[in-house]
Design a protein around this ligand. Structure first.
Ligand code: FES
Length: 149
């Protein structure tokens, strides 16, 4: 029984990958481990999928505030900042020593480790010990979803 299920899955995987991912037949070498291409497509899609790389639903991000979410291209944390229908995203890795910063409050993003603060509107450092700002990650809102731009 198990052998039949695996055989069907293997066959389906080979057909689907061959259709969807050029050169992707090697992706079916493992039944349990997804393929790791090491790089994300430049078009903002998730590797192995045909749709955009969705970060979060706009409705899930508090207006006038923000939240942390995973970057679908590399799984690193992003801090999202929402102002109405506009969303900015920054790599949440603090430039001081790499701690993930907290979501914005009152227009300020704070690192919980040593207290550096950053302007939520542009990521600029406003108080050290960090000496440089957060790195912006281009995103856009489409159909109510925040996606990589
Ligand atoms: S790691 Fe963020 S202020 Fe030190």
């Amino acid at each position: 029984m198990e052998k039949t299920a695996l055989s069907r899955r293997s066959m389906l995987c080979g057909v689907l990958v061959a259709l969807a991912v050029p050169g992707g037949l090697a992706a079916c070498g493992s039944e349990t481990t997804p393929p790791d291409t090491g790089t994300a497509p430049a078009d903002g899609t998730t590797p192995g999928s045909s749709g955009p790389a969705i970060i979060a639903a706009l409705a899930d991000v508090p207006d006038g505030g923000g939240m942390l979410a995973g970057n679908p291209s590399n799984s690193k944390p992003l801090v999202l900042v929402r102002t109405g229908e506009t969303v900015k995203a920054y790599d949440a890795t603090c430039p001081h020593q790499g701690t993930a910063v907290a979501p914005p409050e009152g227009g300020v993003i704070t690192c919980p480790n040593h207290g550096s603060t950053f302007n939520a509107s542009d990521g600029a450092v406003t108080k050290g010990p960090a000496t440089k700002g957060l790195t912006e990650v281009p995103v856009k809102v489409e159909a109510g979803q925040i996606i990589l731009a």
